[in-house]
Structure formats: C-alpha cells, structure tokens
Design a protein around this ligand. Sequence first.
Ligand code: HEM
Length: 483
Amino acid sequence: MALIGPPALNTNPFVALLNDFRDERAASVPFPPGETRFSMARTRRFAKEPLPMLIEAYERFGPVFTLRVFHGNVVFMLGPAANHYILVSHASNFLWRDGHFRELIGLMGDGLLTIDGDFHRRSRRIMLPAFHHEHLVASVEAMLEEIGQALEELKPEAQIDLYYWTRRLALRVAMRALFGVDPDSERARSIDAAGLFEQALSYYSSDYVLRILRGPFTPWGRMLRAGRKLDRLIYSQISHRRRTGERGQDILSLLLDAHDEDGNTLTDVQVRDEVMTLLFAGHDTTTSTVSFMFYELARQPEIAARLQSEQDTQLAHRQPTPSQLISGELPELEMVLEETLRKYPPAWVGPRRSIEPFEFEGYRVPERAFVNYSSWASHHLPDVFPEPEAFRPERFTPEARAAMPKGAYVPFGAGSRTCIGMRFGQLEVRAIATLILSRFTLSLPADFRLEIRQMPTISPRRGLPMLIGARASAPPAEVSAAA
Ligand code: HEM
C-alpha cells in the first residue's frame, strides 16, 4: 500500500485569502503588539528589505510582534529563546504546510519540506539513511569531479558570475550525487534545469499583488510551467529505474524501494515530490552560501589569505580527502563558513502556522496564526551578536561557539525539522571553496554593490560578478586525489 499523504491543498488564492481572514477574525486571543493595519507600502518594503524591518520592529516591540504583510497578520518571534520554542520545545504546535510559503507546494508537491505530522515523520525516516556517513563519502568523488570540471571554465583575468556558475555546478552535483542522473545525458541536457528553477522561484520575487493571479502569463503560471518541464526529467528517471531495476547509492534508489514500518511504499508522485524538493533545497542554499562567502572574502582579502595558507600547510597541495571535507578539518575555513551562514543564512525565514493559541514570555498568540522564526534577523540581534554587520569568523572559535545561548545560531533550523541535507550542504560548500581557493583569488569589480533578494531563499539580487586572479603559489592543475 502507498503511504497516505496529506489532502491536496486548494490552490485557489481567493479561497486561501478568505480562509485566512476567517481564521484571523475567529482568533480567541489578541495578536501580539505591532503594525496591524493594512499597508501596501509596508508589504512592498517587507518583500524588498525584510531584515531592517524586522530589526526595527524588534527594537520597538520586543522579541514577539505582529506585522500585517499584504492581507494578513504575521507574528514574528526572534532571538534564541523564541527559536528554541518554535523549533524544539513546542514544535508540535506549528505546521509548515499552512504557513507563509504554502505556494511552494505548487512546485514541490508534498516533499519533506512542505509536510507535517506523521507523514513527515515517516517520510523523514525513509530518507535519513541517504544522508548517513557512508553515502556522503560515496558522493565526494562525483562532487570533486564536477567541481574540477567547472573550475576549467575559470580563466585568470576573466570575469565570471560566481552565483550562476555555482548554481549550475550545485545542480549538477545534486543530480549526480543525490539522484544518480548523468547531467550530460541527452534528456538532462535537453533542459536548462538551473534556469527552470530560477524561473519557477521568481514567483517569490514578484509583487504580492501579482502572486495571487492565476493563468499562463502570471508568476504562478511560470512556476507551474517550469515545474512541468523539470517533471519530464524526474519522471523519465523514475520510470527508467522502475523498468530496469537499476539501483545505486543515491536517494532515488532508496525512495523507489522504500517502505515504512507498516510496509507502505511511495507512489511515483510521492517520489517525484521528494526528488523535486531535494533538487531545489539541495542546490539553491549551497549556491547562496558559496556566493556570500566569496563576496566577504573579496572584501577582506586577509581572511582569504589565511584560508589559503591553512590549505598550504594542511593539504600540501593535495585535494582534501572525503573525511577532511565531511568533518570540516580546516578550522579557519570552518569559522568562515559558520560566519557566512550567520550573516547570510539562505533559508532566512521559517514559516509556520500555529495550531493552538499559546503564550511565550508574556506574549499571547492566537490559534491558526502565521508565525515565523527568522534566522537572518535572529543572527543580527546586537545583544546576541555584537556589531552584527561585521563579518568576523572569530565569533566561531570553539570556545565562543560553546558559549552561545541555545537557539542563537540556527542556519539549518533545529529539532525534528533540522535540515536533512545539512552535512551534504556543508561538505559541498567546503569542497567548492577549498578547490577555488587552491587555484584562484577572486575579487569584486570596483562598482559592485551587493543587493539581496529573497526568492524565497536569499541570494545576490543580480548575481555576483567576480574577477579571477591566479594564485601566486597555485598548485599544478593536475592534483592527485588523496584517498
Ligand atoms: C548551506 C546549505 C543549507 C542550508 C543553510 C539549509 C537550511 C535549511 C533550513 C534552515 C531548514 C529548515 C527550514 C525550517 O525550519 O522551516 C532546512 C530544511 C531542509 N533542507 Fe536544507 N539547507 C541547506 C542544504 C540542504 C541540502 C544540500 C539539502 C538536500 C540535499 C537540503 C534539504 C532540506 C530539506 C529536505 C529540508 C526539510 C527538512 C524537514 O522539514 O524535515 N538542505 N534547510
């Protein structure tokens, strides 16, 4: 028998809006203080620059406040204690599926990210083995091969867009390492998967008013169209594997043969939804992390030089081994990675919907309220991270890390919904960063100014142009892979 998923979500935006109004009016307790009158200016500002808005509201109202965004009240809970409350101690009172990013279901269906409760628990249990150590080790070879190939495109004195370069690379890695799909196969080459994800997710960078429209030329229509094209690749792979019985170390093999403790299996649609979710989550976040990391390194070349000298001593011009990459054995790089994810956590907001009314630190919040935690805002609270705009890897020395309050640092979420791909993502960022730094020095064009967009993860708004320089003491191009 197939695992029973949640009921299909009604994608009619007017029905959803009407239900939201009803829920808000029926609230059994008042919303926390904040700005609760309708304002299109506030809604547009929130879409464009949510971080300063959230920090301002935190200073005015405290760690729990309400902002009316478009049609409805949204409660934000910021800071270590709030994160711990939503993600760990009271996680069962919050649903993802009915939260602020519910439209993602149009693209991803009922994958791990968008489901809750027992179906989430069972699905997660099926998928966890694919992220165990031996699977990570098995993925390193493909990862290094893909990175090596992509590095051939980087030529000293040229300019590249590091964001788009990494996005293509990360998608190829996800296809190969997670799904055993050859990105150079005829079927995969016939679609521009990175471009299709960009097209689909642009829904989240479009104006709020446009998002409620439906039809072929609307942001919603574009998202569905891109999803259908990606589907062709995913379903062809599913049917090929079912037909031939071909299996490998990848997640697709695991999903096709998966059954839970009661012997339930996954249907093709359920497998497709998980694959789509992992393809999205598995490339988008790592791409942003690599981009923001190199943006900061270009602004502080002395930190990049420290990373390069760490490599020279610890790797001696060899490729890092799988275990060095998986356990993060280059401490300077590790601190830079953690500080990058503090300042720019790609999954910057955790959208939820409360089930029952609750009280947190004297604030009451109604049932069926949109409740969001935000790693981005929580990582920018000056009382937790002094001078939050400064990029300082030393915030993450082992001692400083151990002294951080519970819930202060949540780039991968926490609790039962902690990012399932965390170790895969960290491994991939370390591998890409290490190999770039071993050969090149990247700098920013003089006139570049970083602007951040949310789509729905954060990334540089117009990509990341970077000038490529050869490293003075770069190793020979042919490096031997140490076992
Ligand atoms: C630097 C890289 C990454 C970051 C910063 C990141 C961040 C996050 C965060 C914050 C969440 C929790 C969201 C919430 O609480 O609402 C999450 C969930 C998730 N991530 Fe990641 N992620 C990364 C890489 C990956 C990779 C590589 C994959 C897949 C291979 C992945 C797959 C997922 C999935 C499936 C979930 C949903 C988990 C669940 O609800 O059980 N992520 N990620």
